[in-house]
Design a protein. Sequence first.
Length: 167
Amino acid sequence: MFNALQYTKNLEENGFDRRQAEILVGMFMQMLEFNMVSKSDFESFKIQTKNEFSKLRSEMKGGFEKMKSEIDYRFEKFSTEMDNKFSSISTEMDNRFSRISTEMDNRFENIDNRFETMNLDINNRFEKADQKLESELKKLSLQLTVKLGLMLAFSIGLISTILAIKL
């Protein structure tokens, strides 16, 4: 943590007058405030991003479930209507209907399989996106650490140069 009062005293002890020391420390604090992301801001951003991805994942899953329910409902409704309309038709017609119904079951099963495959694909994409987000957050953390180190090195160099010029 940066102790402005202590650094001001150190500068005064090394030949700077009070005003010069306060200006230097003030400039350094402004530089730190401008370039630094607080840990709480970073954590808040991270949590917000995860929550948004979780919400999106839930919404998409709900949409797929709703779509599957609608398809099942429509198929059931269609099947019932067909049964009522053709109940008085001969055995040959019943056999044909049974064959058509089986084909439709197979087609809807194929559609269900496609939706399942799409669902797995979407889950895989979210996992990849989560991994990429984690990677990017780690990179950002490293970049912030490097920037802080560079700022400290620059500040130490600046203070050393100023001290050398004063002496």
